[in-house]
Design a protein around this ligand. Structure first.
Ligand code: NAP
Ligand code: G4F
Length: 339
């Protein structure tokens, strides 16, 4: 039986990747951090089911000794590094911490692989944030221009992964993934903030959605489709870095409009720039407003990925569009409120 080790197993992608790998017949080892509450809501249904082939271990990618010990003990065939302080906005508040986790954390895993067994395959969760300041459609050949401490730390990880591949002939790949969402998305990312606000309003709660920049555009896919791409990248004969995206992007403003439309609410926009707000056409109630605290010191204006290479090499075919994704997220948030 093949063994996979996932750093960052308790996150959104960790949930979907564990599920996929168990279904594919792997024994999945997940690394969780110690925290003051014991339950991990996202992965409980998988890891606390005794019939499933999986196990949890305490660890932290910034702790090189524990990282080395885990890899020595488990001897996995494949390692997925999903561990990160993954919030771009918060990386401006926690730049050193973000650099340690998102940059040096990757180095710690690569060094451990090099020392334990160079045949272990390694997936690095790279990101479209590497392209930050490039506004035309981005692909594997686009020069990088990160615009946040998060993007810069991930850039280090991108290059150190490539460096170990070339220097030590290790099977290491960067999946340059564009934004991907699901009902397990963290509550302070924009899609989840929107789905929660829509759900609250449907459930008659007196909610106003407070957001930052409405103008930036993102290329959104579903996490379930994207973790499959991660796995496929590690099954290739030769390691290669790939962009994983849908090839379509829309603005935050459009995302909000289409999400409210799903439940039959039409938004009328009033005001300009920081004073812009949205009202419900029918009730005339203010349901969206701008709050300056959600603006970032430096914004990534437009992410849109050219996925032709991943279509060709791993037959990547995203099944869900942003409308499907937001419908699923809103439905789930309504369920959570009703429960
Ligand atoms: P997420 O929900 O924020 O999950 C991040 C995971 O990393 C969590 O399990 C978290 O543990 C763990 N973690 C944080 N610091 C750690 C440390 N020092 N040691 C070990 N684990 C640590 O992120 P996601 O959306 O699933 O994304 C997965 C990865 O893909 C991340 O690296 C992210 O940067 C990258 N990525 C995401 C997207 C996207 O749109 N989702 C796009 C491109 C790249 P806790 O639960 O304890 O916090
Ligand atoms: O949902 P977001 O926080 O995602 P962002 O910054 O694009 O980062 C996500 O995708 C990256 C891949 O491109 C990943 F690497 C990263 O780990 C993460 O998963 O923000 C999306 C956009 C930004 O332009 C932001 O300024 O939405 C804008 N926005 C406007 N109001 C907001 C808000 N973002 C958040 N989180 N909260 C707001 O209130």
């Amino acid at each position: 039986m093949k063994k996979a080790l996932i750093f960052g197993v308790t996150g959104q992608d960790g949930y979907y990747l564990s599920k996929l790998l168990i279904k594919k017949g792997y024994f999945v080892h997940g690394v969780r951090r110690r925290n003051s509450i014991v339950e991990n809501l996202r992965i409980d249904e998988i890891f606390f089911d005794k019939t499933k082939n999986c196990d949890l271990h305490y660890g932290d990618v910034t702790d090189s000794i524990s990282t080395l010990n885990l890899i020595k003990k488990i001897k996995p065939n494949e390692i997925y590094n999903l561990a990160a302080q993954s919030h771009v906005g918060i990386s401006f508040d926690l730049p050193e911490y973000t650099s340690n986790v998102d940059g040096i954390g990757t180095l710690n895993i690569l060094e451990a692989i090099k020392n334990v067994n160079k045949k272990i395959k390694f997936y690095q969760a790279s990101t479209s944030e590497l392209f930050g300041g490039v506004s035309k459609i981005q692909n594997e050949k686009t020069p990088f221009y990160p615009k946040s401490p998060y993007g810069v730390a991930k850039l280090y990880s991108y290059w150190i992964t490539k460096c170990y591949r070339e220097s030590y002939k290790m099977f290491c790949v960067n999946g340059i993934l564009f934004n991907h969402e699901s009902k397990f998305r963290g509550e302070n990312f924009i899609t989840r903030k929107v789905s929660k606000a829509v759900a609250n309003i449907v459930c008659n709660k007196n909610t106003v959605l407070e957001v930052g920049n409405l103008k930036s555009k993102r290329d959104w896919g579903h996490a379930e489709d994207y973790v499959e791409a991660m796995w496929k990248m590690l099954q290739l004969k030769n390691p290669v870095d790939l962009v994983v995206s849908t090839g379509k992007s829309i603005s935050i403003k459009r995302l909000i409009e289409l999400s409210f439309n799903i439940v039959g609410i039409k938004i009328i926009w009033k005001g300009k720039n920081e004073n812009e707000y949205g009202i419900d056409k029918k009730t005339k109630r203010k349901i969206v407003k701008i709050n300056k605290k959600f603006f970032r010191p430096n914004e990534v204006d437009n992410l849109k990925g050219d996925n032709r290479l991943s279509k060709k090499i791993i037959n990547f075919r995203p099944k869900k569009n942003i409308q499907d994704i937001m419908s699923e997220m809103i439905e789930n948030d309504i369920k959570l409120i009703k429960n």
